[in-house]
Design a protein around this ligand. Structure first.
Ligand SMILES: Nc1ncnc2c1ncn2[C@@H]1O[C@H](COP(=O)(O)OP(=O)(O)O)[C@@H](O)[C@H]1O
Ligand SMILES: [Mg+2]
Length: 359
């Protein structure tokens, strides 16, 4: 694990500064047109509220995709790393990937300055095999202020600053996963302008969750001008019980509610995923507290995760000292494998459509 800085990226602020409220719309369209085809491997994990499992989903999706690349490399195929980017100032991704408080943890300062001031863009390389990440923390709250201030002077163009940054490095990554913040609308726009496919996690069944979903659907429609390719590719569920591998009535009800909401909004209910991530709150807590995504935790619980000297790392334990059950940890990791497979299948087929349209 070390910091890697991308050299000589083209400046974004200078381009944005050429825009104002009087700029003809086709200038913005030209810029968007140049960016779009380079951002089709960028996924966003978002729902317009906190605590629905965005970070858990973003981290596990990234980790599963990185594992797939590692497998490809081991089989002698071409492989590229995956990049995980968190926008939220709570910076929980640092916990999930074990960099909180380490020497690379700057509370998000460098990332915010790279996005808003054209400063050097760095990633933490190899936080897990084939997985890089940017650092998010308290400094990320300044993204909202800065993008808002720039939007006051340069109209919509500043929302493209992350898109312009990622378009320059996306070819170096198999996938880029952006884990959103639930709050400020300017940060939402910044993120939504940069991603092509949205994955929405649902963990709660109340009206606040439905409100969050509606907020995202509205933003997707609102942002068309700066991202005509944006779409919700999958709505997935986590933290719902599985009984003999099947969903229970509780999830069926949530699913139906969401499908009705989508139909009313003129959206295709097929984006609702059939499989789901089972309820495993205690394992998820061990996972986060140990900085091990679900698959890594499952390997450790089964004494299959080796340290540098080739010895199995100690089996992970709950806070009360009890060992994490190997079978339960595997079940959760397997759920994430199925989830990731389904998401990527949807993304790939959507990309084929998008490439057809733009060709
Ligand atoms: N499979 C699961 N079952 C139950 N709870 C889970 C599961 N996975 C994650 N959680 C819990 O969900 C909570 C919200 O997760 P988080 O990813 O931080 O949400 P967000 O990023 O949307 O704010 C965390 O406390 C986490 O432990
Ligand atoms: Mg989060």
């Amino acid at each position: 694990m070390h910091l890697h800085t991308f050299e000589s990226l083209a400046p974004r602020l200078r381009i944005v500064s050429q825009f104002n409220a009087m700029t003809p719309p086709d200038r913005l369209q030209d810029l968007v047109g140049q960016l779009r085809s380079r951002l089709r491997n960028v996924l966003g994990v978002t729902i317009g509220k906190g605590g629905e499992g965005k970070t858990t989903t973003g981290v596990n999706l990234s980790h599963m995709l990185a594992q797939e690349q590692q497998d490809r490399a081991e089989q002698g195929h071409e492989a590229k790393p995956v990049l995980y980017i968190e926008l939220d100032s709570n910076g929980n991704g640092r916990l999930d990937l074990k960099i909180l408080g380490s020497e690379v943890d700057d509370d998000g300062k460098a990332f915010v300055e790279a996005v808003t001031e054209d400063k050097a863009f760095s990633v933490v390389r190899n936080v897990k095999p084939y997985l890089d990440m940017t650092v998010a923390g308290s400094a990320n709250s300044e993204l909202a202020t800065e993008i808002g201030r720039l939007a006051g002077k340069h109209a919509q163009a500043p929302y493209l600053m992350l898109a312009m940054l990622l378009a320059q490095i996306s070819h170096l990554y198999a996938w880029i996963v952006v884990d959103f913040s639930p709050g400020d609308v300017n940060v939402q726009r910044l993120g939504l302008a940069a991603v092509t496919h949205i994955v929405t996690p649902v963990k709660n069944s109340d009206d606040a969750m439905l409100g969050g979903l509606e907020a995202i659907a509205n933003l997707v429609a609102e942002i068309r001008l700066i991202n005509p390719e944006l779409g919700i590719v999958a709505i997935g569920f986590l933290g719902f019980k599985k009984v003999t591998g099947e969903a229970t009535g509780e999830l069926d009800i949530v699913r139906t509610k969401i499908e009705l909401l989508l139909e009313a909004a003129g959206l295709n209910p097929s984006m609702v995923m059939r499989d789901h991530i089972r309820e495993a709150r205690h394992i998820a807590t061990v996972s986060r507290n140990n900085g091990m995504p679900a698959r890594e935790l499952a390997l450790a619980a089964n004494e299959m995760l080796l340290d540098e000297s080739g010895k199995p790392v100690p089996r992970p334990r709950y806070a009360n000292g009890r060992l994490v059950e190997p079978g339960k940890a595997l079940d959760l990791a397997d759920d994430w494998t199925v989830f990731t497979g389904d998401v990527i299948k949807r993304v790939v087929s959507r990309n084929i459509e998008l490439e057809g349209v733009s060709a």
